[in-house]
Design a protein around this ligand. Structure first.
Ligand SMILES: [Cu+2]
Length: 142
């Protein structure tokens, strides 16, 4: 056999084999591999708890404006959240009277908010730690 022909044939075989390997490996990577054969379990729908007078909780806004908490006194149901938002140009915070404070916000700059969820029944006075004459009261009922 001609030596040149042999080299050409061997080169052709090598190209075919390499091409085959490349195509096979590309196909293998692009093919999606199912994690398992089981269908994805669909979680059961949890029925929403109907809101009634007994379990109604809410979000109540208190604005910090004009060096006061507005409204100064609010009454909420246990489990409700109060959100204080500072509308003043200077910083204020919200600190519970009880020591150690039952709730205490960081200093709130203009537009910043602090939220606290009341899960205990009672009357909770609070003040601004920077301006202690600013006072408010949260009454939490069952
Ligand atoms: Cu203040």
């Amino acid at each position: 056999m001609d030596k040149n022909k042999l080299i050409i044939v061997l080169t052709a075989v090598a190209v075919i084999v390499v091409t085959g390997i490349v195509i096979f490996s590309m196909k293998d990577k692009s093919a999606p591999v199912p994690a398992d054969n089981n269908p994805v379990a669909i979680p059961e729908q949890v029925p929403a708890v109907p809101v009634s007078e007994e379990n109604a909780v809410s979000m109540t806004d208190v604005l910090i404006s004009g060096f006061s908490f507005q409204p100064g006194k609010i009454s909420i149901k246990k489990g409700s959240t109060v959100k204080w938002t500072n509308e003043n140009d200077i910083g204020h915070d919200v600190v519970a009277d009880i020591i150690p404070p039952y709730f205490k916000s960081p200093i709130l700059l203009k537009g910043e908010s602090y939220s606290f969820t009341f899960d205990k029944v009672g009357t909770f006075g609070y003040y601004c730690g920077i301006h202690p004459s600013m006072k408010g009261t949260i009454e939490v009922v069952e």
